[in-house]
Design a protein around this ligand. Structure first.
Ligand SMILES: [Cu+2]
Length: 169
């Protein structure tokens, strides 16, 4: 009984820390922005297992609103990041599988219980997870030119080729 209580307390303590991390603002290549700031809207269709279009081009300084439509039979993600970030996110996605309601699963427990609802913000607003048939949006201000990819980090999808280059000119 005592152990359970301590476990619950630890789990609760973990949450504020994580929330703080989740608010790390942006990345070298940019940061999330309100949709109203966007000067351009780009539609991206998520399929089993591909993106359409297969590559994206933006300008440094530009704010782009991505309208995301999952036309597949599987959940898919639209995640902006460099290769290292995608590798990290894939680890998180694997770790959270089947652990959504487990208090001991560190920071995965809270945020990923929201995953079915489209957006989960713990990665700095650079990712949206969509269930089959679902639509979502992500608006991003691009900064420094950097080799970025848009990718789906649902386990196995990146490896199967659900990733495309995003060029910041
Ligand atoms: Cu996918």
């Amino acid at each position: 009984m005592k152990h359970l209580f301590i476990g619950a307390a630890l789990a609760l303590f973990g949450l504020p820390t994580l929330a703080a991390e989740g608010h790390a603002h942006g990345f070298a290549f940019g940061e999330p922005a309100p949709a109203a700031k966007a000067t351009r809207t780009v539609e991206v269709v998520l399929k089993d297992i591909a993106f359409e279009p297969a590559s994206l081009q933006v300008k440094a300084g530009e704010t782009v609103r991505f309208v995301l439509i999952n036309q597949g039979q599987l959940p898919h993600e639209f995640n902006l990041g460099d290769k290292a970030m995608h590798v990290e996110h894939q680890k998180q996605m694997v770790a959270m599988q089947g652990k959504i309601f487990t208090a001991g699963s560190q920071h995965e427990g809270m945020d990923h219980s929201q995953m079915g609802h489209g957006e989960h913000g713990h990665d700095g607003g650079n990712t949206v997870l969509l269930q089959p048939g679902q639509r979502g949006e992500l608006t991003w201000t691009f900064r420094t030119s950097a080799p970025i990819e848009f990718a789906c980090n649902v386990p196995g999808h990146y490896q199967a080729g659900m990733v495309g280059p995003l060029t910041i000119e």
